[in-house]
Design a protein around this ligand. Structure first.
Ligand code: GDP
Ligand code: MG
Length: 442
């Protein structure tokens, strides 16, 4: 597996301090091979590894991770990012009904998905209705009716015996039915096509124009492999869509199509279909899919542990320093900033500090977006200056401002803020955060 191969690769990299081009390329070769094994389309593999390579070469060298681990972390972040970062939820119309249109190749799993969506929406308290706008195959209306019955949802279909009929008319009529019967979500199932067929593509575009859906979901079979890119591009151009549903993930496909479609179309993958049953359906999880595509689970666990251990060591060092009465210097300040950035929220950190309440005002005035600037300024100082900020005279401050792309005023502001933090640390020490409430000592 990739995990095993990468572990071998890393053995050779251990002990190196920085990410060299050779280190990065060696890891990326393994990643490229694994992506192709997972059936990610070739042009997507190229773009993806190119991006990772660039990021890896410009990355700051991590103290917590070895170079190979660092590349893997970048790969994973990038992968999860392209797959959508966080799960995207359905857009509901402000004024019902919400209209969801399904499009995709024949056999992709649209009709099955229509039932699953209806079933799931019902469990969420909605009143969904299904619309048979696939009049292409004689059996299609019947299939949707069976699916609707299983989902316990009303199916709007043209009268039997009326011939092929006009799909656009059916779709338009269904909107009136939904409004009058108070269905709040309308799921429009459309005709599939075996290949990319101009006439059917136009029909889907016409239905789209007629019903103005809140979501157009492009349904694609995860087993489609290398063809994912061409198919997705054709539907993007021919019909356009707001989201993607990946089906047949219960099969043994590694899910490379997910990456191909997400990267090429930039549309979020919203749901995953994992079987023929009504309940074989879930919200799409980018992180789980990233893991399925690259099978890096073991390595990611190791990376997480390495980072946690490192953070813990740094935090302990800082705590010891504060407790021992040593002064809090600019390097500590930087460590603290990095910790805040990693934790994402200053407010969260606030609650973790002993005696924090009395400094709430100062801390809340702190703009979290400024952290990057703070970092740049501190990094422009010499080790001497960081250890002893008192030596920062006017000319040094001007040099630092220039070096960090900020103004002297900003440097001055930072120094003021630092002085406050230092003071705060001293007061906290006096307040006795760790030894229990003040005055509890004999
Ligand atoms: P449509 O032509 O796009 O409407 O596709 P259908 O919904 O008719 O599905 C085509 C075939 O794929 C049917 O036999 C479904 O039972 C099957 N199918 C659909 N979704 C899934 C899935 O997630 N997993 C598996 N294993 N089969 C599926
Ligand atoms: Mg169908």
């Amino acid at each position: 597996s990739l995990s095993e191969r990468l572990t071998t690769t890393f053995k050779n990299l251990r002990g190196k301090g920085r990410l060299s081009e050779a280190d990065v390329d060696q890891t990326i070769r393994e990643i490229r091979r694994a992506l192709l094994d997972a059936d990610v389309a070739l042009p997507v593999v190229r773009t993806f590894t190119g991006k990772v390579r660039e990021r890896a070469l410009s990355a700051e060298v991590s103290e917590a991770l070895n170079p190979g681990q660092q590349v893997v972390k970048i790969v994973n972040d990038e992968l999860v990012g392209i797959l959508g970062g966080q799960t995207r939820r359905l857009n509901f119309a402000k004024r019902p009904p919400t209209v969801i249109m399904l499009a995709g190749l024949q056999g992709a799993g649209k009709t099955t998905l229509a039932g699953k969506l209806a079933h799931w929406l019902k469990s969420e308290g909605h009143r969904p209705m299904l619309v048979a706008a696939d009049l292409q195959r004689p059996n299609a209306v019947n299939q949707l009716q069976v699916v609707g019955e299983r989902a316990g949802a009303f199916v709007y279909a043209p009268e039997p015996g009326n011939g092929v009929g006009d799909t656009v008319q059916v779709a338009t009529d269904s909107m009136d039915v939904a409004r009058s019967k108070l269905y709040d979500v309308v799921i429009v199932d459309t005709a599939g096509r075996l290949g990319i067929d101009e006439v059917l593509m136009q029909q889907a575009a016409d239905i789209r124009a007629a019903v103005e859906p809140d979501e157009v979901l492009f349904v694609i079979d995860a087993m489609i492999g290398q063809d994912a890119v061409v198919t997705a591009e054709a539907f993007l151009e021919g019909v356009d869509f707001t989201g993607v549903v990946l089906t047949k993930l219960d099969g043994d496909s590694r899910g490379g199509a997910a990456l191909s479609v997400a990267q090429v179309t930039g549309r979020p993958i919203m749901f995953a279909s994992t079987g023929e049953g009504m309940k074989d359906f879930e919200q799409f999880h980018p992180d789980r899919m990233a893991d399925r595509i690259l099978d890096m689970g073991d390595i990611l666990t190791l990376i997480e542990q390495a980072e946690k251990t490192f953070d813990q060591k740094e935090t302990e060092k800082l705590a010891k320093k504060v407790e021992s009465g040593e002064d809090f210097d600019l390097d500590d300040f930087l460590t603290q900033m990095a910790a805040i950035k990693k934790m994402g929220s200053l407010k969260k950190m606030l609650g973790m500090l002993p005696n924090a309440a009395q400094f709430r005002e100062q801390l809340e005035a702190f703009d979290e977006r400024e952290i990057d600037r703070v970092e740049a300024i501190v990094r422009s100082m010499t080790p001497q200056e960081r250890a002893n900020p008192r030596i920062l005279n006017g000319s040094r401050r001007a040099r630092i401002a220039k070096g960090s792309g900020s103004t002297v005023t900003q440097v001055n502001q930072l120094m003021e803020r630092f002085a406050q933090a230092q003071k705060m640390m001293r007061q906290m020490r006096k307040g006795g955060g760790r030894g229990g409430p003040a005055g509890a000592m004999p």
